[in-house]
Write a protein that binds this ligand. Sequence first.
Ligand code: C2E
Ligand code: CA
Ligand code: CA
Length: 457
Amino acid sequence: MTDIRTLPLDSAQPKLPDPAFAPVTPSLDSLTGLLDREGCVRAVEELMRHVRDPKHPVAVFWLNIDRFKQINDSLGHLAGDSVLAELANRLALASGNQGRLARMGGDEFVLVVDNCDRATAEHIARDLLATMSHSLDVGNMRLYPSVSIGIALSLAQENARELLERADTTQLEAKRYGGAQFRFAGEDLQPGRLGKLLAREELEVEEALHVALENGGLTLNYQPILRVADNSLEAIEALMRCNCEGTMIPPGRFIPVAEKTGLIVRLGEWTLLTGARFVAHMLETGRRVKLAVNVSRAQLTAPKFTQALYAALACSNCPPELLELEITESLFMDNSDIVQRNIHAALDAGFPLAIDDFGTGYSCLASLKDLPAKKLKLDRAFIVDLPHNSRSFAIARAIVHLALDLDMTVVAEGVETAEQYQILEEMGATAIQGYYLARPMAENSLDDWLAQRGAAQ
Ligand code: C2E
Ligand code: CA
Ligand code: CA
């Protein structure tokens, strides 16, 4: 076996199965030299155009490496890249000269074979499973990779993207059933329609995130949080925005995709660094503000989280006490070793912690006393139907009182009206965040907002 540790990544690039079959201007993936996503769609379109007999359809094999995220997180991205290059090599060898190969991003590959009936496809899939599962040495670790494969055979009435989506959805199914196996897609277009549209939207969002990360389409918006007692600034929350070629994608759409694809770790590192620079810049202009940044599950389960924290400090001159980490209640309750180690490393480094979205995580109220956070953010779900919902009122009041008794700072999220503000003030909430006081805004608008307040006070 080739020792990939000693290979520069370039030399680990596999050959295209057959250059003669490649499209005129193939769109290639830079790591593996295989077709990229767009190149793949074009290749499938081209092969589908030549199908004359439905008994000899185009077969799409969508491969996803099982537990690749674990490899990447524990061994680092460079090692992850060489694993991908090696597996791409194997794929090229296993498929011989039949078909076209593509990397669809991350750890997903596609093999497209024309004139391929079900029996042939099954044969190819078994070969692929066997070849991909040979052990692989990375550093002093021996890995036993496996793949999940979704196979779709082209139908007369579908287009290339639909065919690819059927294979992709089926790959997920193979993964759900435990991985290291292949499955054939059903042939019904109708019932899966919604799922397919969703899969396509996710692919688009994922692509937009990659582009934004590379071309600077990410920004932070800033939403002030004000103390009830004297209207002073308790903190500012940093909220990520993704601008893809002029279109703003809201976090409700891109955060779930980023979490699913593991991209959230890079986005989170970007937020930490950008946030830390913002704080340092504010300090330079004479403003000492605390910035709250959201930390996701994938970040807290990554061994490199502490490194990312230190990197943000080192690259910015931001004091850790001015960078507050917002972590959801359920993550605080996660007893896995790595999460608890990361949480305590952050505390030891001097970062304040806040429990985000409190009240939605179904944990026992009594567990509050064990959490190492000094701040609790009461979720908007309890505020939104105040003052009319007496149950929300009772729960919000109980949480606020308990947290205050435990000496915590209590922030109410999503306060939109004067009436809600007054109720929370009466309950004793320490600080308020919401459209009633200020919306999230771009950095220059925040400067104006702060300047106006300065003038008014
Ligand atoms: P979150 O942490 O609960 O952030 C507060 C959300 O409530 C923000 O939504 C904010 O714009 C919105 N909000 C604030 N005041 C009001 C109000 O009065 N009424 C209503 N209806 N909404 C209000 P946004 O910016 O859309 O962010 C949504 C979620 O995306 C955030 O919820 C957070 O979980 C996630 N997110 C945003 N930026 C980041 C980030 O940098 N990293 C991570 N991991 N997650 C982020
Ligand atoms: Ca938050
Ligand atoms: Ca929140």
